[in-house]
Design a protein around this ligand. Structure first.
Ligand code: HPA
Length: 279
């Protein structure tokens, strides 16, 4: 694909999705590493493989399947990405943002984004869920923005604001839902790195000092497109491992996938609870 996609290319994809599914989702859900099982909860689902959608970035990582699942959850029309692609897989940033742009054209108003993340906050343990209050866009500060290139003014402003990137009303809803479920939800700041290597102990000490509670390799580009598009965002990280601040414990993708098995049932309950409580 060319580095920057046109409105016509985005429309071609949204038209294709609308011919493949009669659902008209207002809610998008992106499932992170090891969290794809949640898509099995969708009722009356239509499935569209990423490989059938022009320019759609396909995930090459274990723990990510590659399909859109469009259907109903708690009587709300949802569009679930079962698996996502990451920058480190070789896509350019605008391609990483493409799925959310297509959601915008399809009429999605709320994006529920999930990921697996390393816990930088020493109080966090594998299996915890962290409500994302804010992010630190380290890859963006390094020059990698999904908004780089000509701005399509009909889709959003050249200089989008990033206050309240993670919608405060939705965050309140999640906190209420998790209290009702008696689920201990952590809160914090997610820092995005490009990966695919995990962090050195010095990287992690730096992240802690600058105020990160969790670290991962995704999410932020999608959130930036969503905010540019005026889509409100709710983000939850599944803490898959304790970040190796002391330099004694290596991190592996296997433990990330293993933690997903503990995290998915909690996440399902939270997502269902939120869907019951948003209009
Ligand atoms: N670092 C970066 N990304 C991650 C981690 C981590 O420790 N765990 C899961 N995704």
């Amino acid at each position: 694909m060319t580095e920057y996609m046109s409105l016509e290319q985005f429309k071609e994809i949204s038209d294709l999705i609308q011919t493949e599914s009669s659902h008209r989702p207002k809610i998008g859900i992106i499932l992170g590493s090891g969290l794809g099982l949640l898509a099995d909860e969708v009722d009356n689902a239509d499935y569209i493989e990423y490989s059938k959608i022009p320019n759609w970035p396909e995930s090459t990582v274990e723990g990510h399947s590659g399909q859109l699942v469009i259907g109903e959850l708690e009587d709300q029309a949802v569009m679930v990405m079962q698996g996502r692609a990451h920058y480190y897989e070789g896509y350019n940033m605008s391609q990483i943002g493409l799925p959310v742009r297509v959601m915008q054209l399809l009429g999605v108003e709320t994006l529920f984004v999930t990921n697996a993340a390393g816990g930088v906050n020493p109080k966090f343990n594998p299996g915890d869920l962290m409500l994302i209050n804010d992010h630190i866009n380290l890859i963006g500060m390094g020059g990698l923005s999904p908004l780089r290139g000509p701005n399509i003014d009909s889709l959003g402003p050249r200089f989008p604001d990033m206050m309240n990137a993670y919608d405060d009303v939705l965050r309140d809803t999640v906190l209420r839902v998790s209290a009702d479920l008696d689920l201990d939800l952590r809160q914090g700041v997610y820092a995005s790195l490009a990966g695919p290597n995990f962090e050195t102990p010095a990287d992690l000490r730096f992240l802690k000092v600058i105020g990160a509670d969790a670290v991962g390799m995704s999410t932020v580009p999608e959130v930036i497109i969503a905010r540019h598009a005026g889509i409100r965002v709710l983000g939850v990280s599944g803490i898959s491992n304790k970040a190796n601040l002391d330099g004694n414990t290596p991190t592996s993708h296997e433990e990330v996938l293993e933690a997903g098995r503990v995290i998915v049932p909690k996440l399902v309950n939270i997502i269902r609870g939120v869907l019951r409580n948003i209009d």
